[in-house]
Design a protein around this ligand. Structure first.
Ligand code: PBG
Length: 354
């Protein structure tokens, strides 16, 4: 039996050589894949991908008030913080070595309007939060979304004319919003609105106003996804959006070629980094983008993905730490350089423990 298998293996090796293929293959019993898995030290040596704290971006929610933290029921473990509390939380992240955070504002209902004017109020909640965080922790990267949805009374990311979210007029609003955030000290502008041409106009506006160093991380391939539900609860935009959806600007989950076109356009318009969103259901898109463009590629492990693991763990059905770390590693395997994840602090804590 063993002799026979060896002959088969030799024939196979010969065949590969003749065909000129370099295939480090072979056959059982000479080849036993389990040898390298036998001990922790070999497993460590042959590990192809690794998650590090350097890969993590922590999305955080800020609200008005003082010494105030409100838990978000659909995102267990995550709270909306007043600016002082946010600074404390960012301190914890900085201590753990997390390179960057992304700030999302919970805008007071009374400040929302159809035209989203509050988005470019230089003293709005997000701008004050950015300044406070940068003053306390100059070395942590601060990322801000550019999109109107936290500020519109209808919950859409753009301005509405005759029932349609219009592109070009929205671009003017996005420019104003970007300049307000850059002035507040934001390091990375992250357009998440999916309007056509927004990266280019934002880049030009930043450059024309002395913000050449401000980076753009574009939500290049952002899908019209059901996985954003808990986030919309968190920022309070769900009720405003109502039965509306974002399918006329966010991408159809059926498409991947289209994602490559979106990424190509954003890069041509000056994006420094690109993002795919959501994350886990779109690992195929991440892999295609990384292979094709070889640029800094990020994924947003969104609120619904976070909520799923938390909910299953709360039932005792999954070991949270284990599946969370396994999920983050999946992003590395798919080709991500970094991951926006609500689990960033949890992951950094586990990585530190080793
Ligand atoms: C706003 C925005 C959304 C998310 C990030 N930025 C929601 C949306 O597009 O409706 C979702 C993040 C998450 O679900 O964690 N444009």
């Amino acid at each position: 039996m063993v002799k026979l298998l060896k002959d088969v293996a030799d024939a196979q090796t010969h065949e590969n050589t003749v065909r000129g293929e370099v295939r480090p293959t072979g056959q059982f019993p000479r080849v036993r894949m389990r040898r390298n898995r036998r001990d922790p030290w070999t497993r460590r040596l042959v590990a192809e991908n690794r998650l590090s704290v350097d890969d993590l971006i922590w999305p955080v929610f800020v609200q008005e008030g003082n010494a105030k933290s409100s838990p978000i029921p659909s995102m267990p473990g995550i709270a909306r913080h007043s600016i002082d509390r946010l600074v404390d939380a960012v301190g914890e992240a900085a201590e753990l070595g997390i390179p960057a955070i992304a700030i999302f504002p919970v805008v007071d209902e009374r400040l929302k309007s159809p035209e989203a004017e509050e988005a470019w109020n230089y003293d709005n909640l997000v701008c004050r939060a950015v300044s406070a965080v940068k003053a306390a922790f100059p070395h942590i990267g601060v990322i801000c979304d550019v999109a109107l949805d936290p500020f519109t009374s209808h919950g859409q990311d753009g301005l509405i004319r005759d029932g349609y979210v219009v592109n070009d007029e929205t671009l003017d609003a996005l420019i104003k919003q970007s300049l307000a955030q850059a002035t507040a000290g934001c390091d990375v502008i992250a357009p998440s609105d999916m309007m056509d041409g927004r990266v280019g106009v934002v880049r030009d506006a930043l450059d024309a106003n002395g913000f050449q160093h401000v980076r753009i991380m574009s939500y290049a391939a952002k899908y019209a996804s059901g996985f954003y539900g808990p986030f919309r609860d968190a920022v309070g935009s769900a009720g405003f959006l109502g039965a509306g959806d974002k399918k006329t600007y966010q991408m159809d989950p059926a498409n991947t070629d289209e994602a490559l076109r979106e990424v190509a356009l954003d890069l041509a318009e000056g994006a420094d980094m690109v993002m795919i969103k959501p994350g886990l259901p779109y690992l195929d898109v991440i892999r295609r983008v990384k292979d094709k463009f070889a640029v800094p590629t990020f994924a947003y492990n969104v609120s619904g993905e976070y909520a799923m693991l938390k909910a299953a763990a709360a039932q005792g059905w999954l070991d949270y730490d284990r599946v969370m770390m396994e999920s983050l590693l999946a992003f590395k395997r798919a080709g991500c350089d970094g991951i926006l994840t609500y689990a960033a602090v949890e992951a950094a804590t586990l990585l530190k423990k080793g």
